[in-house]
Design a protein around this ligand. Sequence first.
Ligand code: HEC
Ligand code: HEC
Length: 152
Amino acid sequence: MKKFLIALMSVGALIAGAAQAELDNPGGIGGVESLRGGSQLEDTRPADSFKKYPREQTVQDSYVYQPPLIPHSIRSYEVSLNANKCLACHSWKNAKDMGATKISVTHYINREDAVLADMSPRRYFCLQCHVPQADAQPLIENNFEAVDSLKR
Ligand code: HEC
Ligand code: HEC
């Protein structure tokens, strides 16, 4: 009988512990806590307000191999199966006429390291890697500084 009571008490303690752990979840039970705040999985969080993307700006400093930020507005530039607006200015063929930087050779290399005659499919969706520069506050503090020899 004594053993049974002890077993019963430890099961009780486990259940209480689990309930406590759920209550400690800052996103709520089943919720998600992210850098942008907490929300319940079933709730639709109000959207953040639009960021401002200044129309023309200079490319901000970046670390080596960072996909450079986009220094211009990209509103209504289509990138889909049918069209890639970015390439209308950034392809090797068009870049000079458009006064844009041409995509670098890495954009022609596929994942087997073969250099292709045309853009590698894995680079087609530019916005997977390149994002426009917005006047947004960083979500977390960052005091990255490039070494002197690599400063632009
Ligand atoms: C109408 C022409 C045009 C279109 C369309 C366009 N760009 Fe640009 N882009 C430019 C020009 C011009 C620059 C500025 C080049 C400079 O200042 O050195 C630029 C700069 C950039 C840069 C910075 C390159 C650097 O010098 O480091 C990136 C990245 C970029 N664009 C990405 C994109 C992406 C992604 C798209 C599609 C969503 C796009 N651009 C569509 C003309 C265009
Ligand atoms: C998988 C990630 C990825 C995708 C997708 C991608 N890029 Fe890039 N891009 C990079 C990286 C990383 C760099 C910087 C290093 C380099 O040049 O490879 C870069 C560099 C650039 C540059 C600057 C080149 C230079 O000489 O300074 C331009 C312009 C550019 N990309 C445009 C584009 C456009 C336009 C597309 C879509 C058609 C695109 N990129 C798709 C990762 C990507």
